[in-house]
Design a protein around this ligand. Sequence first.
Ligand code: 4NP
Length: 154
Amino acid sequence: MRVLFVCLGNICRSPTAEGVLRHKLRQAGLADQIEVASAGTGDWHVGKAPDKRSQAAARERGYDLSAQRAQQVTRADFSRYDLILAMDNSNLRNLKALQPAKGRAELDLFLRRYQSERDEVPDPYYDGDQGFEQVLDLIERASDLLVVELKGRL
Ligand code: 4NP
C-alpha cells in the first residue's frame, strides 16, 4: 500500500502529514507494509527541506521532518500510489486536472474522508505559529482514522 499526501508547496502541510502518518504507522507496527510520501502541486520549493516553522512545531510533538525534501506531484504518481490525499479543495482541483483516465490511485480530500468538522487543512504559510499548531491538530486526528482504514485494507 502506498499513500501520497499533496499540498501546494510540499513544505508545510503535506510533509507534516507524511511525518505524522509515518510515526503512527510505526507505532501500529505497520511501517513495513505501507509506504508514505508527500508532494506539492507547485514546483517552487522542489528539493527544499520542510519550512522551519513546520519542522519546529512537529518536533515539539515528536515528529522528525528534517530528512524530507520537496517534490512536485506527477501524472506517474497516479499509477504508483493507492491513495492520494489532498490538503485543500484547490489541491484537489489541480490533482483532478492532472489525473490520467486510467490509474490505480484513489483521490480524495484528506479531512473530508475522515469526517472531521472541516474539509480543508488551511495553508499556514503566511500565518503565525498558531496556524502550524492547527495544521498538526487536524492532521493528527485524521491520521488516527487513516491508520484504522489502512489496517483494514491490508
Ligand atoms: P504548503 O504551504 O502548501 O502547505 O506547503 C505553502 C508553502 C509555500 C507556498 C504556499 C503554500 N508558497 O506560496 O510559496
